[in-house]
Design a protein around this ligand. Structure first.
Ligand SMILES: Nc1ncnc2c1ncn2[C@@H]1O[C@H](COP(=O)(O)OP(=O)(O)O)[C@@H](O)[C@H]1O
Ligand SMILES: [Mg+2]
Length: 257
């Protein structure tokens, strides 16, 4: 299996006794920009948390470069090259941008991976201009960018980002998405959970829809309209598709499973 490939097989996970993911199967190749969407409570955040070792795994596997990492702890997963930007922003609002990045660098275990802040400033010039600004005084978009930068400092092979646009103005959202697009163009693999479907469909190379803890659609953004997406969110089905997922009155494949 190619380096940097993530293969999620029939993953079942949740919180204690509570099952949230009911058999998620999903492959992510190196370099992809995948948008994970779905209604509230579908399990999107739970999937990211599970990939980052923060939930109880009940079954299935998460193959990373061909090896099952589903039972590793977050620390080890970070060491494997998977970084997570959880929902919400600004870990250290009273510190400057530069100090925040120093804090992120402290978490690096491997001395040779101890990335300097220059690396991040080269990637995100906006942050360089803000290096001495108190993080909590920046705009929401800039704060979210700082969170992404702190994760990118670890030089991850895969970046998991949970709803970066929540609470952001359209302009701030565009800043964050433009930067995500830019680092993806430079090779960064991204799995993004996003409620702003319109925006997500513009930037992602692939869209995955999760509902009730399973993947119900997986394809290219161009292959689904906004209305179809809404219908999938609401009903779990495409128009003209019977409840069992087969298309009515037509042969051939129905909406992608
Ligand atoms: N820490 C937790 N403990 C118990 N249940 C949780 C926890 N976090 C989320 N849940 C439940 O898991 C389900 C899926 O939540 P989540 O993954 O956050 O959905 P999404 O991100 O798609 O909106 C919800 O029913 C939610 O209440
Ligand atoms: Mg969520």
């Amino acid at each position: 299996m190619a380096d940097g490939a993530l293969s999620i097989r029939d993953l079942r996970a949740g919180y204690g006794q509570l099952d949230i993911l009911n058999g998620v199967t999903l492959d992510i190749a190196a370099g992809e920009f995948v948008a994970l969407m779905g209604p509230n409570g579908a399990g999107k955040s739970t999937l990211l948390k599970t990939l980052y070792g923060m939930t109880t795994v009940k079954g299935g596997e998460i193959l990373w470069n061909g090896r099952d990492i589903s039972r590793l702890r977050s620390r080890a997963i970070l060491g494997e090259g998977i970084s997570f930007v959880p929902q919400g922003r600004c870990n250290f609002p009273l510190m400057t941008v530069d100090e925040n990045l120093q804090m992120a660098a402290y978490t690096l275990r491997d001395a040779k991976m101890k990335a300097d802040r220059d690396y991040v400033y080269e990637l995100f010039p906006i942050l360089r201009t803000r290096s001495r600004t108190i993080a909590g005084n920046m705009s929401g978009g800039e704060q979210q960018l700082l969170e992404v930068a702190m994760a990118v400092l670890q030089r991850p092979k895969v970046l998991l980002v949970d709803e970066p646009s929540v609470g952001l103005s359209p302009t701030a959202t565009s800043i964050v998405f433009d930067e995500l697009l830019r680092i993806n163009a430079a090779g960064q693999t991204i799995l993004l959970v996003e409620q702003n479907t319109k925006k997500a469909m513009q930037v992602a190379s692939r869209a995955v829809i999760l509902r009730l803890g399973v993947v119900i659609w997986d394809g290219k953004p161009a292959d689904i309209t906004h209305d179809e997406l809404g219908e999938l969110f609401m009903t779990g089905r495409m128009r003209g598709e019977a409840a069992d997922g087969k298309q009515e009155g037509l042969s051939g494949e129905g909406g992608k499973s």
